[in-house]
Design a protein around this ligand. Structure first.
Ligand code: SF4
Ligand code: SF4
Length: 143
């Protein structure tokens, strides 16, 4: 009768050359971001509320400003996590470095503000603009 002996996997040093092969789901290929003008007025936030009302659209602010985040994976990620168009991948992908990336720390860790959808952004609007509800009531009477 054959016996199986569990063998502990050898410790592997993570380097920039092998890091991506350990990254489950190729995290940096699962969303896009788009910088937007800094929202200031109630109207700006009302517009953002419309945007985050759509599935998988988020908003965040970090040291570089405000961004829309569309949380959808790239269609070119292959089953094994590699890029299906690697040789001709867009410049944005070419410029991305894995020196310190989402494998090391979640992107949210670097955000000053993060709104994962309508409810969290609405709560922020109500806090930021004391007359938010009144303004919306007035808007509803106008059109
Ligand atoms: S660059 Fe970082 S987040 Fe992207 S696949 Fe490689 S290890 Fe993962
Ligand atoms: S094109 Fe390739 S490298 Fe760029 S996001 Fe898609 S899978 Fe990732």
């Amino acid at each position: 009768m054959k016996k199986t002996i569990p063998i502990k996997p050898a410790k592997v040093e993570i380097t920039s050359e092998n890091k991506c092969s350990f990254c489950k789901g190729s995290k940096c290929c699962t969303y896009i971001t788009h910088q937007i003008d800094t929202p200031k007025r109630k109207e700006d936030f009302d517009y953002l509320l419309w945007q985050v009302s759509h599935k998988n659209v988020r908003v965040y602010k970090d040291e570089d400003g405000w961004f829309l985040l569309v949380d959808n994976p790239c269609v070119h990620i292959m089953k094994d996590g590699r890029c299906g168009i690697y040789e001709v991948r867009p410049a944005t992908c070419r410029a991305h470095t894995n020196d310190y990336c989402e494998y090391d720390s979640s992107a949210e860790d670097g955000f000053d503000l993060y709104f994962d959808g309508y409810e969290s952004l609405l709560a922020y609007c109500k806090k930021r603009f004391k007359k938010w509800d009144k303004w919306k009531e007035k808007q509803a009477l106008e059109y």
